[in-house]
Design a protein around this ligand. Structure first.
Ligand SMILES: [Zn+2]
Length: 179
């Protein structure tokens, strides 16, 4: 999780340029994501139709982000999908004796994610959106590094994995050269 729910949501289809690993393989995985992302504290159990709706919105979000990254126009259909989700009532935080508690339906949780996408794609971070150079990752993140030259998503696991692979490759070459 990189902290922006819309970007984290788009990243639930991993390795987009290669294996395409689907995190929402079962409805309970979608429920778990809503909880882990911090969007809700409780969500009504997803049915297959909810997963289908969520993945449709996710792919539309990814398409809109990609368009912005490339300086291209938004796709009208993707816009309609995201806006339709965002138009619905979002998850409403409630104050309880124990603190904040957000319980939501699937539609409300999805609306909250879509609203995050609207904020992100209309906000100041658009020029900083970057897709990770690791083909096994393809996560989009906000590059706040100086000169905006970061190659990896900033997930510790990702940059380290690439660096370790590069190190192993160099070592192998060195071994071959000296051996
Ligand atoms: Zn990455």
């Amino acid at each position: 999780m990189c902290g922006n729910p819309a970007l984290d949501f788009a990243a639930t289809l991993r390795a987009r340029r290669t294996a395409r690993f689907e995190m929402f393989a079962t409805p309970d995985r979608l429920d778990a994501w809503y909880l882990e992302s911090g969007i809700v504290d409780a969500v009504s159990p997803a049915r297959p139709a909810d997963v289908e709706r969520a993945t449709t919105v996710r792919e539309a979000v990814y398409q809109l982000i990609t368009a912005r990254r490339r300086g291209a126009d938004f796709d009208e259909e993707a816009l309609a999908v995201v806006n339709d989700a965002a138009r619905r009532a979002p998850a409403a935080p409630q104050l309880t004796h124990a603190g904040r508690w957000t319980s939501a339906t699937q539609r409300e949780a999805l609306s909250t994610v879509a609203r995050h996408a609207v904020e992100l794609l209309s906000g100041p971070d658009v020029p900083l959106l970057k897709e990770c150079g690791n083909p096994e990752c393809t996560r989009i993140s906000i590059d706040r590094s100086r000169g905006s030259r970061r190659q990896w998503c900033g997930m510790e696991s990702c940059g380290n994995k690439i660096k370790a692979a590069a190190y192993r490759a160099r070592r192998k070459t060195a071994t071959v050269a000296t051996g």
